[in-house]
Design a protein around this ligand. Structure first.
Ligand code: SF4
Ligand code: SF4
Length: 125
């Protein structure tokens, strides 16, 4: 118990290691901080490098897609939906669990994983 309180106190007075986020909808205090960074008065930690093979947001190359529907069959989250009349798919990122099974099964490489991980948004679309 004493150890935990000691650690808590220690952390209270340490500077945060992470960058303040999200900058886009940041409160005034964060904007002031970013301004100070811009003026060279404060330092921003460099971003953590994304590891090789990271499974981020799925990129869809619509022009390559032949509408075979294989990706819709393997997707465990029903995040890809076939549009039969167009022979194309629709990808719903909000449902995706980033397993990349669709990427592996696509015969024409119309899907790929990216290193994009900043995906939080207020809009579902
Ligand atoms: S990464 Fe997985 S969950 Fe996301 S669309 Fe592909 S198969 Fe579905
Ligand atoms: S597996 Fe590839 S080609 Fe087939 S529907 Fe999905 S994205 Fe299109």
């Amino acid at each position: 118990m004493f150890g935990m309180a000691k650690e808590l106190l220690r952390q209270l007075f340490k500077k945060p290691f992470t960058n303040l986020f999200p900058a886009k909808r940041a409160p005034g205090s964060v904007k002031d901080f970013l301004k100070a960074v811009g003026e060279g008065k404060k330092k921003l930690n460099p971003p953590v490098p994304v590891p090789e093979g990271y499974r981020g947001k799925i990129r869809y190359y619509r022009d390559k897609c032949i509408g075979c529907g294989l990706c819709t069959r393997v997707c465990p989250a029903e995040a890809v939906v076939l549009i039969p009349e167009e022979k194309k798919i629709r990808y719903h990122m909000s449902r995706c669990c980033f397993c990349a099974q669709c990427v592996e099964v696509c015969p024409v490489k119309a899907l790929e994983t990216t290193q994009e991980f900043l995906l939080a948004d207020y809009k579902k679309s």
